[in-house]
Ligand binder design. Structure first.
Ligand SMILES: Nc1ncnc2c1ncn2[C@@H]1O[C@H](COP(=O)(O)OP(=O)(O)OP(=O)(O)O)[C@@H](O)[C@H]1O
Ligand SMILES: [Mg+2]
Length: 269
């Protein structure tokens, strides 16, 4: 094959839409954009953009796998798979020692336990409660007049004195946070408390599947070093990081592209 074996993974999440191109054993290019009310068109756009970035055409791609919340809308995919399989496969491919994979996306949190060979042993998902997700962080950041990408800086700024947030529900947490601001509690301590409350929720999920090291975090929220820090303190383990330049938000898309390669090879052996 002229360009090697090229496959694509398209991850249509609740918050962002992602496309990855995998060539033989490495990531060729990827794109991340916002999800829209027209997932079918958004999936197509992401795919076209990722092809353009790589200087490739649809004909060059041997197999396409869709995943994520909107996977059924990736009408040009050959197959679609669950996000749990996609994140597990992506994490295992880029970090072979990974056994526990925590995906924190915009809308839900999933924890996948893998065996040493990468097979899924257990999983648990929280899709009922908004208060532990990326959208929740966006929502609270907005009420604080900051952006999600500023949260990590605030978390790391100064001493570690997280406030204790007692509310369980995102709307009540917001009013609690606003009260703390009015009481002139320093912003870093509020943000640390926010991250700690997320870490508590995620840790409860991790305990349900059991924790086996190495533990790795994927999804957009993995880019928030404050959440990573709070989780490490709570779980008392060091989370493993992906090699430099690998975006943890892309793990579902990458996993789908790797599974696309495996499916293609199986069908054409
Ligand atoms: N640079 C960043 N810093 C901090 N947080 C970020 C950053 N970029 C994205 N995020 C967070 O990532 C979230 C989106 O993550 P992701 O793209 O994994 O979600 P998704 O796959 O669409 O959602 P789901 O898997 O729940 O359907 C945003 O809500 C935001 O909180
Ligand atoms: Mg996702």
């Amino acid at each position: 094959m002229k360009n090697g074996l090229i496959t694509a993974g398209i991850d249509i999440g609740s918050t962002t839409s992602k496309a990855a191109l995998w060539i033989d054993d490495h990531l060729k290019s990827y794109v991340i954009g916002p999800s829209t009310t027209n997932p079918r068109a958004t999936a197509r756009e992401c795919y076209e953009r990722v092809l353009q970035d790589a200087g490739l055409q649809d004909d060059d791609v041997a197999y396409i796998v869709g995943t994520g919340y909107g996977r059924a809308k990736v009408s040009f995919a050959d197959e679609n798979i669950s996000e749990l399989s996609a994140h597990g496969k992506g994490a295992k491919t880029l970090l072979p020692s990974a056994r526990t994979v925590i995906d924190i996306g915009g809308q839900d949190t999933k924890v996948v336990l893998l065996d040493a060979g990468g097979r899924m042993l257990e999983y648990v998902m929280n899709d009922k409660c908004a208060a532990g997700t990326g959208r929740f962080l966006e929502f609270i950041a907005r009420s604080l007049g900051i952006e999600v990408k500023d949260l990590a800086r605030l978390h790391a700024n100064g001493n570690y004195q997280p406030v204790r947030l007692s509310s369980m529900c995102s709307v009540f947490i917001e009013s609690e946070v606003i009260n703390l601001v009015n009481d002139e509690v320093p912003l870093p301590f509020i943000v640390q408390g926010l991250h700690q409350s997320i870490a508590n929720r995620v840790a409860a999920l991790v305990k349900r599947v059991g924790l086996v090291e190495d533990v790795v975090i994927t999804g957009g929220v993995a880019k928030n070093a404050g959440v990573v820090d709070a989780l490490q303190r709570n779980l008392r383990v060091k989370l493993k990081t992906f090699p430099d330049g690998v975006d943890p938000q892309m793990m579902g898309g990458i996993g789908a592209a790797v599974i696309a390669k495996e499916m293609y090879l199986k069908r054409n052996q």
